[in-house]
Design a protein. Structure first.
Length: 292
């Protein structure tokens, strides 16, 4: 198991993070392998820059809300918070095997019996895992979203999150070597929900070679990847969340449309370079129809 190693790198062009991983693997509504590549080599298109500028206000609001969500997790759920990530001191870890893989963890928490008791009635299997981890430190992530986006999540206390959040969490668990990620999700002042992503070594072992290949054979070599990955079979263990948040089919040729996904989803940045290639046609996670 990997040992957590605090990282000192702050320049996002120097490593692959959790949100990058989702884009590289075709599990993101916001990024593609090509857009991640262009950000990493410092050559974003005007369209990408415009999109990021439009989203900046939303991201700033979400960042400002993070400390309050963490406070409420401690107060309402009795979560024992042990460490927080701040803009001044990002709580970032680097992978001991591949130093260009890194993960910023919004907060860390010590597993206690009272957290298991909170979920034991409706989700005994998750409660059983939590009890096995009592006394250990695990990962925590904060997500804030508009109330109309609540339907992208499943029932409170499950693993039914948008698929890019699951990819981000599994990447973080792979880097830190931990077993569980708690998501604190807020859509309004009086609506705080908790979701769980459990470590899956099979998924992580499938993800990591693709991320390593992306960094070594595309970013360092400055060779453009296929513009779109194709997650044709999201992992079955994500259940309803994978199918609910699965990215829409992408065109195999020609320039992709710039039409927004919907009023409930932010438009995906669509790089204009090299967009005539067909998709890679590979899965981001193993299923019976998509072997590693």
């Amino acid at each position: 198991m990997n040992a957590p190693a605090p990282a000192v790198i702050t320049d996002r062009t120097r490593y692959v993070g959790g949100s990058d991983a989702a884009g590289i693997l075709g599990a993101s509504r916001y990024e593609t392998p090509l857009s991640v590549f262009l950000w990493k080599i410092g050559e974003p298109t005007e369209e990408m820059l415009d999109h990021r500028a439009k989203m900046a206000k939303i991201f700033r609001r979400g960042k400002r809300e993070e400390p309050h969500v963490i406070d409420d997790l401690a107060e309402d759920y009795g979560v024992k918070i042990t460490k927080r990530s701040t803009p001044e001191r990002p709580n970032r870890y680097v992978d001991p095997e591949f130093p260009f893989l890194a993960a910023e963890v919004d907060f860390e928490w010590e597993v206690t019996e009272n957290v298991a008791a909170l979920v034991s009635d409706q989700h005994p299997e998750i409660a059983a895992l939590i009890r096995k981890l009592v006394g250990t430190t695990q990962n925590g992530e904060v997500k804030t979203h508009h109330i109309f986006a609540k339907g992208q999540f499943g029932d409170d206390g499950t693993d039914q999150t948008p698929v890019e959040y699951a990819a981000q969490a599994l990447h973080g668990l792979g880097v830190t070597g931990r077993q569980l990620t708690m998501f604190g999700v807020r859509s309004s002042l009086d609506d705080l929900r908790v979701y769980w992503i459990v470590r899956d070594d099979g998924i992580i072992k499938t993800m990591r070679p693709r991320l390593v290949n992306f960094w070594q054979n595309h970013v360092l070599a400055r060779v453009e990847p296929e513009p779109y990955a194709s997650p044709t079979s999201p992992r079955s263990s994500l259940g309803a969340s994978a199918s609910r948040s699965r990215p829409r089919p992408r065109p195999s040729s020609g320039s992709p449309s710039s039409k927004p996904l919907s009023k409930r989803r932010a438009p995906r940045p669509r790089p204009s370079r090299n967009t005539s290639s067909s998709s890679a046609g590979s899965c981001w996670a193993p299923t019976p129809s998509c072997a590693p």
